[in-house]
Design a protein around this ligand. Structure first.
Ligand code: ZN
Length: 54
């Protein structure tokens, strides 16, 4: 579970766009570039090199 306030300040490091939380998959998704950032132990990993791309 990720804090709503934390979600609001997080942004994609690539396009600086706000992200949405995919709770089912524990991913943070950038609506701009589609990168998916992992959440490890409840901590968002907002690193370009850790992101998945479709
Ligand atoms: Zn992005």
């Amino acid at each position: 579970m990720i804090d709503q306030e934390l979600l609001e300040i997080l942004a994609c490091p690539v396009c600086k766009t706000g992200i949405t939380y995919d709770e089912a998959n524990q991913k943070l998704i950038c609506s701009q570039c589609g990168r998916k950032y992992p959440v490890r132990d409840g901590i968002p990993v907002m690193l370009e090199e850790e992101a998945e791309r479709d």
